[in-house]
Each structure stands twice: as structure tokens, then as C-alpha cells.
Unconditional design. Sequence first.
Lengths: 286, 415
Amino acid sequence: MNLWVILAINSVALGGLLFLLSAGFSLIFGLMRIPNLAHGSFFMLGAYLGVTFLRIGTNFWLAAILSGLGIALLGGIIERLFLRRLQGQELAQVLVTLGLSFMFADISLMIWGGDPIPLSAPSALQGAMQVGSIVFPSYRLAIVLVAAVIAAVLWIMIDRTRLGAMIRAGVDDAQMARVVGIRVSRLSSLIFCLGAGLAGFGGVMGGPIFSAYPGLDGDMLPLALIVVILGGTGSLVGTLVGSFVVAFLYNYGQALFPELAYVILFLPMLVVLLIRPQGLFGRLPT
Amino acid sequence: MARAINRRTILKGTAAGAALASLPWGRAALAESKPVKVGLLTVLTGPLAQGGIQMKEGVVAFMKDKNYTLAGRKVDLIIGDTGGNPAGAKAKTQELVERDHVDFIIGPLAAFEMIAISDYVARHKVPLLCLAGADNMTQRTPNPYFIRASATASQCGFPLADYVRKEMKLSRMDTIVEDFAFGYEQEGGFQLVFTAEGGTIAKRLWTPIQTPDYTPYLAQISDVDGVWQGFAGSNPINFMKQYAAFGLKKKYPVVGGWTAFDDALLPSFGNDAVGAVSGAFYSVSYDSPSNNHFVELLLRETHKTPGGYAAGCYINGMCVEAALEKLDGNTSSPEKTIAALRSLSFKDSPRGPFHFDHFGNVVGNVFIRRLERKNGKLVNTIVKTYPNVSQFWTYNEKAYLATPLFSRNKVPAKI
């Protein structure tokens, strides 16, 4: 009984973290039509930046925000320097992001070394909550709250603002959006910064659970891919649903069918790709 | 001096060799004037780099300490980065053997790398001083050009299980480790002795090598006296952190293998691992002249506490030196070189006294250590030393070899 409850709570917490990771990935995919293979690196670099900020005594939340901003800046530079110049050449853009991810991995290894570095959760959240016989780390519950707030802010931005309307237009049909005077390339820069920043922020948020270590990028990227393929590119609701679906599959799959953990994780992705290639909440490109 | 493999130095070396060969000196003189070439196979990039970099630090510190001169011969240390995968290990081994003509190979790091290069190395008769655990390299499918001064994957688990049963009096345990060969063999060694001495393994949990979140496994641990974990690389840090976060540390004590609580990991652990008991072939806190020198040297050279990876490779360096002394610096016959290596016996080393069995596997100390906080620093305090531990523990060698290799599905109940 405890097993089921713990797994359920944990799935919600992991779902929150996956949402932070994948929201930007999905928007970038939707608007620029490329899977940004450096997205896992943004998550990892965020965690490492967080380590550095925490070492100089920054408060945890401030460290998370500063790291997010730092990675957003990095994302902006990458978009401007590389992706912008390769506009329309999607394969080249994907390769650039892949190459960058390898470079970031080596650079991180050089700067932060090969040892895994744990990030400490804020001291107020370091304990565990106990209800009956169920013990659950408080920090993971805090992640759910943070993810919920960010989801709400993003939703308002996409659904209720002029900027959001332009993004939606760009996702639906970039060419037509250009025709009506939306500067899609500027939007791309913005979304790339936002996505990278969210991933970097997520990296710090995930730090107390995962630690910062070489290979964190490669661990997170496939999860983001599955989330976005399940949920549909460019759809925030899809990403939210996808995050929780993947989190539940991941947790229950590993506990109940450990041999098939990856089958359980990737099979739904295959099925969705076959019968609904645009994802559960995505729209077919026009 | 240490250098990465690079075309220019190779060309220079070849030219010098050709020039020397044309001079009217005997072969023996040539052999002694040439530097002895030691290849190091390690992992400097990617997720396994943590241990690989420590391996390099161990060898480099040893060579520096000896001024790159062993038994009167200059040493040329050539470092190959395998990238931590079998294909990379194979390619780098070929470079070391066919291009650089190394006299010794130290490494590699991982069991699956070792398995990938074993046949090739044996065919080319290159003496290999291995760190990886793969049991069968010195058991059912032995490699004749192989010695292992560290331990088989299962070797440290035998005395640990004995200690856990007899001294800690735990009788029912869950085990958890990565789902790969090193994990099966480690767990198998622990389980064999633990059950043979009357204990019960309740659940055996296998996690993918990359498991960011252990909760699905942690949630299954219940109704036991303790937990054995055999994680490697950076996984122990995450595992212990999450183990503590779920309040399990207070309920079930943790014991583990050498990689799980390696001294080099200690600064990353925080309080989450305090109290853990582990079995390891090396410990920083082992007090002997050789180990004190090693620890001091590594602290000076790297500013980090060394662990099993660095110690294992440093000890391999000692073996190379001792073998060269036995051979009077003559490495022209690989048969004689490997025989000299296998006949080595040390009265003192960073892991204490040790020698090799006829398969080339070490017989030596296994330390049982408890992780404690002393003066604000985390240390593995040695609580018991099992001397002369063999890869066959106390079992008859023939009977042991008649059982199948430890696997995910099968561990003999007794031998």
C-alpha cells in the first residue's frame, strides 16, 4: 500500500520537474521545428551553475533564478550565433545542437571535474514529511508547487497575452505569421532563451535530487523527447500531460516491471508516433 | 614523461629506434637503452571519467615519484582515453600495441572494456595489469597475460558478508545494484557467503546504469534488517542521498562494495552515508609506510583524497617496477615478463601485503570500514581487516570453478 502511495506522490513530483525541463523544449520544437539536442546540456549546465552560485554563498532560490538567467543568456547566444545563420536548414541546426551538447559535456568536465556534486536543498525543506507511515521528502513536494506556479505563468503568457498569441501563430504556421508582420525570428530568439532558461532553472531545482554530474544531460534529454512526442510539440497542455504520463510510467514501470522499465517508457511513445504523430495535444502542421 | 598519443612523438621514436638499430650494438644493449613503454587505458571523458581520471592520477603520481625511471630504465607513459566503451577500448589498445609497442598495459576501468580487449591482448602477448573486476578473467576463462592487484568483482563481498552476519548480526537483507555484469558478480559474492552463513536475501533489485531517481526501488525496500548496495561511479552519491531523504537510513543500515563507498567519493557524500559499512581492497586510513607515502603523494599532486581507483593503479605501477627489477630491465620476452609479474610478492603496499595466485589474481587484505565523521571530515574507519583473501574465499578452487559465474538469475546457495 505504502509503495503505491509513495510512487504516486513521487510521480507528481517528477512530473513537475519534467515539465520544467520539457516546456522550453516543446516550445522550441514547435516554433523552430527542431529538436534541440542541447536541451539536456542546458539542464546540466544549470545544475552546475547552481553549484557555483551555492558555493559562493547564494541563497538556493536566488541561485536557481540566476542560473536560469545565465543559461537563458547562453541559449540566446547559441540561437544568434549558430541557429539563426542556419535558418531553414533543419538538419544542420539539429547537428549543431548535438555538437554543442558534446562540447558542453567536455567543458563541464573540465570546469567542474568528474565528481558528482550534490546540491543542498534549502534548509527549511531538507527534512521529510511524515503522514501515517508514509515518509516523503519535503523538497519534492516543493518542486510540485514551483512547477505549478511556472505552468500557470506560462499558460497565462501563451494564452492571454499578445506575445503568446504571436507565439501560437508562429507555432501554427510560421510563414503565415511572417506575412502578417510577426517577426518570427525575434520570437525564436526569445523562445530559445526562455526554453534554455527554464531548463537551467530546472537543473538547479533537480540538483538536490539528481546532483550535478557528467552524463546528467544524456539522462534528461530522452525524457524530454518522450514528453514532447507524447504531448505534442508546441503545446503547453500537451507538455504538462506528457510530463505526468512519463513520470507515472517511469515510476510504476520501474517498480513493477523493472526488466521492462524502458519498454514501458518508450512503448507509449512509439504507439503515439504511429497512430497520432502530432502527439496527444499537438496540431498537424499546415 | 607522460604524453598523449601523438603522431610526431611516434615518428621521432621510430626514427631514433631505426638509427640505434643500425649501430653495431647488441640487442640487449638496445633493449636497455630504449625507454620502457607503459600504456595506460583509462577513461578521461564521459560519465565514467571520474574513476578514470583518478586512475591516471595514481599512475602519473607514481611515475613522477620515481622520476619516470624504473629499474634503471626511462619510462614512457602513454595514456589512451577509451571513452568508457568497448569499441574505444579496443581501438586504443590496438594503438598502444601495434603503433607504440608498449611493454605493459595498465587498465582498463570497466569490466566490459576488459572483456572486449582480453583476447586481443592475449594474442599479442602484452602483459596487462588490470583494475576492472570481471571475475572470469582469472577464473573460468583465464587470460594468461593478465594480473589483477585490485580484486575480482566478488572478492570484497565475501568478507563483507561474513562481517555482516557474524559481527553486525543482520540476517535478512535486500540488495540493490546496477543491472550489469559488475553488479551481478559483486552481489553474487555477497549473497553466496551471506546465505551460506544462514542469512536470507529478501529482494534483489537491479537498476538501470543511468537512474536519476531511485524512488521506485526505494519504495520497495521494507521488512529487512539492512540493505546491501553495490553502486559504482557517481551513482552511490545519488542513491545514498535519496535513501536518506526517504527516512530509510534510520530504519535499515547500509553496507556496500568498494566502489559504493570509495574514499574518493567521501567529500561528495555529506551526512547521508555516515554509518555505512563497506568491504574494500583499499582504504586511505590503512596505516602502513607505503600507504602513508601514497596518500601524502596524491594529496600533494592532486589536492584530493585518493581512493581505490588511484590506489589500484599506483599499485600496478609498483608491480611494473618490481617486475622490471626482477628482469634486470629486460622486457624482450613477454612470457618472462608475465611470469615475473605473477611471482611478485609485496610485504607492504598501499593495500598491505599481497601476492598473486596462479591465475594472476591478488591474494591480500580486504578492509571492513565504517564511514564516520571525524573532526568534521568523513572517513572510512577500518573496523576489521581480513588478511589473505583469495578470489575463491575459503572455498575449494575446483568446486568454486565448477559453479557457473554469478549472474542476475543464478547464485549458488552454497559451494
